[in-house]
Design a protein around this ligand. Sequence first.
Ligand code: ADP
Ligand code: MG
Length: 637
Amino acid sequence: MNKKQKNLLIRIIIATVFFIPLYLISEDIVHVDMPKWALILLFLIPYLTVGYDIIRKVLLGIKNGKMFDECFLMTVATIGAIALGEYGEGVAVMLLYQVGELFQSYAVGKSRKNISELMDIRPDYANIEKEDGTLERVDPDEVEVDTVIVVQPGEKVPIDGVIVEGSSALNTAALTGESKPREVGVDDTVLSGSINISGVLKIRTTAQFDESTASKILDLVENAASRKSKSENFISKFARVYTPFVCYAALALALIPPLFIMLTKIGMANYASIGALWRDWILRACTFLVISCPCAVVISIPLSFFAGIGGASNQGILIKGSNYLETLSEVTTVAFDKTGTITKGNFEVTAVHHSPLDEAKLMEYAALAECHSSHPISLSLQKAYGKKVDPTRVTDLEEISGHGIVCKVDGTDVAVGNEKLMNRLGIPFHHCHHIGTIIHMAVAGEYAGHIVISDEMKEHSKEAMIKLKKAGIERTVMLTGDAEAVAKQVAAEVGLTEYRAELLPQDKVACVEALLKECTGNKKLAFVGDGINDAPVLSRADIGIAMGALGSDAAIEAADIVLMDDDPLKIPKAIKISRKCLGIVKQNIAFALIVKAICLVLGALGMANMWVAIIADVGVMILAVLNAIRCLFVKNL
Ligand code: ADP
Ligand code: MG
């Protein structure tokens, strides 16, 4: 509990201690002879103790011309009740209202803290080794790219980089939701925000602090709250109209019926005097004000989204705003990229065919041509070659997306890519009957053979599709630039409902647009990609989900939802989180509106007094907040 909350708690306790005996006296349960004015004065002690800040807010609001809020409703209602001699009820309403406020601020604070603990990746300092070997702590902001920093066991990695010395295990749970430590050694890339568990690491930084993963993620989460969902926007607009409306309605309730009764004398027989008539209706108006207080809905909706986004980020799922959470819950079609999304993107060379050159030479050309690209195929070919290549031998390089690479190696033309590339260059090629991704090669304008590579399925791809189907996703479509045969095999193996093969990046956009047209009504389409040459599709879909995007800037930029690790199971999980969250929001709205409506009718009929009203109000609010907090617990979805 923070200071403000403690202060409020103490005030509530003091006020309650005063209130109970006074209430017993005022209701004549305990007989004490005391003049009425003394009793009023005594009742003002608990009232002001617990409610002075509310009254101050109202006065400030009136001064600034923004008076219609919940505090205003409560203040008018309670002062009205006290003025009419219902001291006990007036004070009790203020007291209970504050109990509700305390509970709510505690709950919100608690979930906020929970989330920031979950997101505890903000590095405070970086260590730089001085010439005499001692360490100097500096602001990570001041560290230039290419500086060697030292990270000791127990410390957070402040800036992205590559290990130059040492080995250790890293805890990346705050980044990926994965609790198993990751073993790292020299030449491994490390991301800021992970925690060094065992050994001392020397890391050469590869980015500025604010371009590092930790800073980017924090930016993203902090900005998420500002992208409001439709429900949130609706509620804040609603409250702006609703609260003044309620005030005028209460005024009407206090004036019109008694005036009508006075003028027509209809029903006057029910009242002992004109004074009693007015008192009754003003009291009903005060009750009406208390009942109408919209706190439960106003508070619980943003809290639900906030908690949902927080719970998701704990699982390594970053959602850039409540609006995306809302859209995600309506997704019925999921389109996927293949390489790096459904498959690992770790290609193994399975065969090398028809080569006038010897195999090693062919592999060397392939590795050289691919040495500047970050495409999974390139990385795999370089790995398969195994030796370091000298990139200065490569000139005039052009990477043609969806085709491959053309360049010069030692001044000789080399082309590495698929059939499309060979067709484009007008080089006749041999068809290959192997199933796999076929990388054709041409050297000096002559066909030089092909390399067959094949990719491994990700461990959880199949399970993810099963879970998506269970979650009611109607279509799962794979969009790939790879050959038809490979696509067909992968689609069958993981259980996709459809696939489209041999697509260029622009064809993928066209495919997504066609799929979008088929999503009628409230149905939404999500696209999941790894961010390598699919950024345009990520932004075109209703929801773009970037997978394994840690460290890939383009993907983090273009996507609406970022899955920190490569696990496809996060896709059904994200959808389930969004549905749970939206479900809770709807439950809360419905619950609050139903209870309020019942109380309003009872109140207008004079059957619900202020006690009923405040207990309903605070009760609904507490239940709604507790319900909203459930959004935080999404681990086992
Ligand atoms: P995916 O849809 O599987 O992610 P891409 O659009 O990235 O595929 O690439 C489609 C095809 O283009 C690949 O299967 C490959 O045949 C060819 N290709 C793309 N980039 C390269 C490259 N750097 N080297 C060789 N071939 C490539
Ligand atoms: Mg791709």
